[in-house]
Design a protein around this ligand. Structure first.
Ligand code: PGA
Length: 244
């Protein structure tokens, strides 16, 4: 089954207006490639989405890193899905482990955020992954986290990113064999959602860099990468794009 391949940059709380240069370098790299693959999505801080969206003829797609579960209202400091769409983004990351950890985001809250994002026509990048202490119960943890998916999910508006929490920003990764097996078990958890389980893209994230990307991205069950730290350096990120 051929699935869509993505390379997604999560800039986290990094990036000033001067990062337009990095955005443009990534776009230039993509334009120089003959094929249209992979789909490259940059998720900068909210403050940069509109600046980047104004760039003409960009091949890079834009996403946000989070969105609120409500449509609008008295939620000081929060950003809604509608606002993100209005800024020119097409995607939003929901359920990143840093949101789960530092902002206590639950499966139910994440489900609500996904619903609202879809209502405003944003495509969702749903992050799942176990803590180091949960490795033994990994399948159960992932099954629970996947409960935030809609009842009838659609592969056209959902991407899943498997990111073991202990691999994020640590330089550690599961073995290639493990990554391949975990991705296949995620697909099997979803098997009651027949069409979706076959077609949804499942990306790997957690310490992906130019050195390990080639092997990780060539795994049969890996449909791309979600990249944090290495997405802030053109020399790293362009190589990751090339390997996908
Ligand atoms: P990392 O982050 O590539 O820096 O490990 C990945 C992520 O948090 O999405």
């Amino acid at each position: 089954m051929k699935r869509v391949n993505y390379v997604i940059a999560n800039w986290k709380m990094n990036g000033l207006r001067s990062h337009r240069k990095l955005y443009n370098s990534i776009n230039k790299h993509l334009v120089s490639k003959k094929s249209n693959k992979p789909n490259v999505i940059i998720c900068p801080p909210h403050t940069l989405i509109h600046t980047f969206a104004l760039e003409k003829k960009s091949k890079v797609k834009l996403g946000a890193q989070d969105a609120h579960q409500h449509n609008s209202g008295a939620f000081t400091g929060c950003i809604s899905s509608e606002m993100i769409k209005d800024l020119g983004a097409e995607y939003v990351i929901i359920g990143h482990s840093e949101r789960r950890q530092y902002f206590n985001e639950s499966t139910q809250l994440i489900a609500d955020k996904i619903k609202t994002a879809h209502k405003h026509n944003l495509k969702v990048i749903l992050c799942i992954g176990e803590l180091k202490s949960e490795i033994k119960n990994r399948k159960k943890v992932l099954r629970n986290q996947l409960k935030s998916l809609p009842v009838n999910p659609n592969h056209k508006n959902i991407i899943i990113a498997y990111e073991p929490v202990w691999a994020i920003g640590t330089g550690l990764t599961p073995s290639l064999l493990e990554i391949n097996e975990i991705h296949s078990s995620i697909r099997s958890i979803l098997k009651s959602k027949l069409d979706f389980s076959k077609k949804v893209s499942i990306l790997y994230g957690g310490s992906v860099n130019r050195k390990n990307a080639k092997e990780i991205l060539s795994l049969e069950n890996v449909d791309g990468a979600l990249v944090g730290g290495a997405s802030l350096k053109i020399s790293e990120f362009s190589k990751i794009i090339d390997y996908s």
